[in-house]
Ligand binder design. Sequence first.
Ligand code: 5GP
Ligand code: ZN
Length: 138
Amino acid sequence: MKDENCIFCKIANGEIPSATVYEDDRFRAILDMGPASKGHTLILPKEHFKDVCALDEGYASRVLSLGGKIGAAMKKSLGCSGFNLVQNNGASAGQTVFHFHLHVIPRYDDGAPMVTWVPGHADTDELKETAECIQTAL
Ligand code: 5GP
Ligand code: ZN
């Protein structure tokens, strides 16, 4: 299903032109218009899913390997030494376009730090309690 009002549905299905890196029956991968680094790519399903929780199994089973394939191609073609796969779910997590997408962000040896956090502290009891809390909702 597509969403008439969704820009990524239009881009994924070729109704709006994009710098396309890859296309198959299910996905289009395009260059991000606000790249975190040269080559920053977004993998878009051609159907509308608002986030990873809504993503159909058929898409979910292919998207990670596609991210790896594009990341490996970036290392060969762009000379990056690594890449991040980033996927935001919900506004609090930084999602701004509510059509599932996987970021593939090339990382260069002289590049700016990104996709990082300051490690906190948690004792064993707290970790156990939190793990049990999540388990009950699965
Ligand atoms: P999010 O913050 O939702 O994880 O990522 C959305 C990404 O989509 C951002 O990095 C933003 O630069 C990119 N983006 C938003 N609109 C467009 C667009 O129309 N074309 C392209 N190529 N990228 C877009
Ligand atoms: Zn959409």
